[in-house]
Design a protein around this ligand. Structure first.
Ligand code: EPZ
Length: 420
């Protein structure tokens, strides 16, 4: 199992490019199931999660073609021969977001059999809202032997209200509604930018959607959708992760092919911590102070502070001046990075969904273990600023969501290498 060896103590400097957003690409690739025509996507990040999804789509009968070399970020999907609306457990268990094929398959084929994703390290991750919405649109849904089985000749437009804000729940139901008979209204919809990117792609395919980015999305069903070419938006969480790495190391970096758009809550907190953040048209520059000031955060749905940046902010607070309170309100078990950060010398006390982080002047390198995608990112940040060497084990978690991580960190001056 690969490990990452980081030699700490380097102030990051230089420039690197941000990739396409994993959490936009995953639902958007599934949207190709909704049409018989080929759909081309550009700026698709080369990540393990993307590879897993493309394998899943291929076993359903979708023709997958990928560019190579400088065109590696281009993917064309042709679902004209889609003949197997099944997502088996063996493939879904490695990537929960596979649940995003459920809505498109029911809408296109009138049937879908999708393995329940099951939980993951950060929580139980139920999909009851996805199921409730499809049932409200007329699907007969049974959950048996670990599979969601949905059947309906044609979905009917309905008024849907999710019990909580759910990103993939909103995305699944929005995709399903595109081919339904009549109008669907999703209330309490997720407002994340990735939902908007998906809506923009669907509209380019001929869908009739309004309100994406607000908490009420209206979709008027059409008979069929057509192909299009869509560029995946930049990854705001990857962007925020590198900004945190530079902030914690006292460095000065420039990130290209991205912007501060959709990161207001994160940028605000980095500025409160003492960073200077300069926004350019297609880039961001950050200049960190010698030592950060502690900043408290509370995760909430967009546009508030994103849960996917919580672990990274625990890491930067671990070496900041002062005490920070971190509240995690989205997932029930998203503090597993805390015990690993404590191995590096961090002073963190967990009390339910609250973490109290007392900044220390110096972390000490050690061997630590990644437990989930964003937790691993927080360990990388801590390793970059710890004294001596840090070895991070089980970094397959990182490979799921950060494209060419060592290469990008090395471009910023970090001393990092992968150990087989
Ligand atoms: C998406 O997960 C993201 N993944 C997550 O990113 C992100 O952390 C999360 O949204 C919150 O922003 C993708 O987009 C692929 P939710 P999702 O449904 O959609 C509960 C990363 O690191 N809930 O918004 O699965 C749920 O348990 C990943 O890139 C139900 O109870 O999250 C959670 O407590 C991690 N029933 C809350 O709602 C449901 O049917 C929000 O979950 C659905 C959700």
């Amino acid at each position: 199992m690969d490990k990452l060896l980081i030699e700490g103590g380097v102030r990051l400097s230089g420039e690197t490019a941000i990739s396409g957003a994993k959490n936009a690409a995953l639902p958007i690739l599934c949207a190709a199931l909704l049409t018989r025509e080929p759909v081309t996507f550009t700026n698709v990040p080369q990540l393990n999660d993307i590879g897993t999804l493309l394998k899943l789509l291929a076993q359903m009968g979708v023709k997958v073609s990928r560019g190579s070399g400088s065109d590696a970020g281009t993917v064309t999907l042709d679902a004209s021969a889609l003949d197997n609306p099944v997502a088996p457990y063996e493939m879904v268990k490695t990537m929960r977001a596979s649940i995003l094929v459920l809505g498109p398959l029911v809408a296109r084929c009138g049937e879908a059999k999708v393995s329940l994703p099951g939980g993951c390290a950060i929580g139980a991750r139920p999909v009851d809202q996805h199921i409730k919405g499809l049932q409200a649109m007329g699907a007969q849904v049974t959950v048996e032997h670990g599979y969601v089985h949905a059947v309906v000749p044609r979905l009917k437009g309905a008024r849907l209200f999710t019990d909580m804000v759910t990103v993939t729940g909103t995305e699944n139901l929005m995709m399903a509604a595109c081919l339904a008979d009549g109008e669907t209204v999703i209330e309490n919809a997720a407002r994340e930018p990735e939902v908007v990117d998906l809506a923009n792609c669907l509209v380019a395919m001929g869908a009739r959607i309004s309100g994406a980015g607000t908490d009420v999305i209206r979709i008027r069903g059409v008979e069929q959708l057509s192909g299009t070419t869509h560029r995946i938006m930049p990854d705001r969480i990857e962007t925020g992760t590198y900004l945190c790495a530079a902030a914690a190391s006292g460095g000065e970096i420039r990130l290209t092919r991205t912007s501060t758009a959709y990161l207001d809550s994160v940028i605000d907190k980095l500025m409160d911590a003492g960073c200077e953040v300069i926004s350019e048209r297609d880039a961001i520059r950050l200049k960190a102070p010698a030592r950060l000031t502690s900043v408290s955060i509370r995760t909430s749905p967009y546009p508030a502070f994103p849960t996917d940046m919580q672990a990274q902010f625990m890491a930067i607070n671990a070496v900041a001046n002062g005490t920070a309170i971190i509240r995690e309100t989205i997932f029930e078990n998203r503090f597993m990075h805390a015990v690993e950060l404590q191995r590096l010398g961090a002073d963190i006390r967990i009390d339910g969904n609250m973490a109290v982080v007392q900044g220390v002047s110096q972390l000490q390198g050690a061997t630590v273990m990644a437990t989930d995608l964003r937790a691993s990112a927080s360990l990388v940040i801590a390793g970059l600023v710890a004294e001596g060497e840090t070895v991070i084990e089980r970094i397959y978690h990182l490979d799921r969501g950060y494209e060419r991580l060592e290469e990008k960190l090395a471009a910023l001056g970090a001393r990092v290498r992968r150990l087989a």
